[in-house]
Design a protein around this ligand. Structure first.
Ligand code: HEM
Length: 417
């Protein structure tokens, strides 16, 4: 194959340069050439002492299953930012499973999963369909007479919140407030890269902790057949159950981990449908298998969470590459999802690829608990949206968020009629 312009210079780019460029403006907009620059150095790239990045599909998949690579937890926060406990948002997250290592992690995950079962998700299908139809009615009103509507604000960010609220048991009247809090809190998901803005996240954390406290108390007195009741029971059983702060921390995680990520998936899902009219037409046909394949390819092609990190235990190696204890290992999910050894012609958007299985929800012990739920939302929403509005079109090019890890759209004006 002929070399694309600039390919030689990219191949010559040093790993440190490529990593720095990822968080530059150009890199945040289009990280993919930089992943290829890193890949030119191999699937596992030592960048400097203390930092290694992984860009290969098989290598990321292996690393995510390796318990010697630990997630950020209270102990590692103590090392990188001793004052972290002054931030309630960081404390809140370290009380959740995403920030716990063995043996704590398995206990929390088992208890939360006992409330968030596949059966409970499957039982939500009809209510998700109803929510989608209601939001589509709203889009029809807002977009009457060809008025441009922001698909992100009015649809893609509303559906995930409505779904999580229903799952947790948040009253409908509280949902707009809840959405604002969730959005403030996601700042803290980026850890200390955003220290200046953590005050906003802390405030949201404090308000939500109060709100969840009341909700928990209410469920204790009035048990229902919902996830929160199951979690409260896991707390009240004591022993190896969930502590109160852990219960709140995990509710916070469920709220924020599934909010923006799913809106990114819905955002790119529509954008790619406009760019690939033949695929849009197939989705309109209403075959659920098409929707499944389409959503998997969107997840691969525009990975909503581009990277996650781990910390190496002393004296380990990853597939032959030695790692010093305390090395930060960045697993670039967005790069693994475009690894040409795993996905031939990776820059082609092609839902007909066999056996897609993207890395977008992670793998191993921390594999995304919300994967079935967000997949269901996208598989239902995108075809219904396209069917409802035959004249659906982009009113202007989408406005991309200016971030590397959380890859999504900030604003996307569309016309529905
Ligand atoms: C974990 C992505 C939706 C709840 C993760 C991880 C990824 C991810 C990559 C693993 C992080 C790591 O290993 O470091 C996504 C994407 C989503 C999505 C791309 C949507 C397209 C959701 C939803 C929920 C959710 C809807 C819940 C309602 C969680 C939880 C974890 C997690 C609780 C932590 C699991 C653990 O630590 O054991 N997600 N997620 N996610 N996700 Fe999601």
């Amino acid at each position: 194959a002929a070399m694309a312009p600039g390919e030689e210079t990219r191949a010559a780019m040093a790993p440190g340069e490529a990593v720095a460029a990822l968080v530059s403006r150009a890199g945040r907009r289009d990280p993919y050439p930089l992943y290829e620059a890193l890949r030119a150095h191999g699937p596992i790239v030592p960048v400097r002492p203390g930092l290694t990045v992984v860009v290969g599909y098989a290598e990321i998949s292996r690393a995510l299953r390796d318990n010697r690579l630990r997630v950020q937890d209270a102990a590692s926060y103590d090392v990188i930012y001793p004052r972290w406990r002054s931030h309630s948002s960081l404390r809140g997250y370290t009380d959740s499973m995403l920030y716990r290592n063995p043996p704590d992690h398995a206990r929390m995950r088992r208890l939360v999963s006992s409330g968030f079962t596949p059966a409970r998700v499957a039982a939500m299908r009809e209510s998700v369909e109803r929510m989608v139809h209601r939001l589509l009615d709203r889009l029809a009103d807002l977009g009457a007479g060809g008025a441009p509507v922001d698909y992100i604000a009015e649809f893609a960010s509303r559906l995930p919140i409505a779904v999580i609220s229903a799952l947790i048991g948040v009253a409908e009247d509280d949902q707009q407030w809840f959405r604002a809090m969730a959005s403030d809190l996601t700042i803290a998901l980026e850890g200390i890269t955003n220290i200046g803005r953590l005050g906003t996240a802390d405030q949201a954390m404090d308000e939500l902790a109060g709100y969840f406290g009341d909700l928990i108390e209410h469920r204790r007195r009035h048990p229902a057949d919902d996830m929160l009741t199951a979690l409260v029971r896991a707390h009240d059983d004591g022993g190896a159950g969930l502590g109160h702060d852990e219960l709140v921390g995990n509710l916070m995680l469920l709220l924020t981990a599934g909010f923006e990520t799913t809106s990114f998936l819905l955002g790119h899902g529509l954008r790619l449908a406009f760019e690939h009219p033949r695929e849009a037409a197939r989705l309109r046909g209403g075959d659920p298998d098409r929707a499944t394949a389409y959503v998997e390819e969107v997840l691969r092609y525009e990975t909503p969470v581009q990277a996650t990190s781990r910390w190496a235990e002393a004296g380990m190696e990853l597939l032959g590459t030695p790692l010093e204890g305390g090395t930060k290992v960045v697993l670039m999910l967005g790069a693994g999802n475009r690894d040409p050894r795993r996905f031939p012609g990776p820059t082609r958007f092609d839902p007909d690829r066999p056996d897609i299985q993207p890395l977008s929800f992670g793998a191993g012990p921390h594999f995304c608990l919300g994967a079935p739920l967000s997949r269901m939302e996208a598989r239902i929403a995108l075809p219904l949206l396209l069917r409802r509005f035959p004249a659906l079109a982009a009113a202007e090019p989408p406005d991309h968020r200016d971030r590397w890890v959380g890859r999504g759209l900030r604003r996307f004006l569309i016309t529905v009629s």
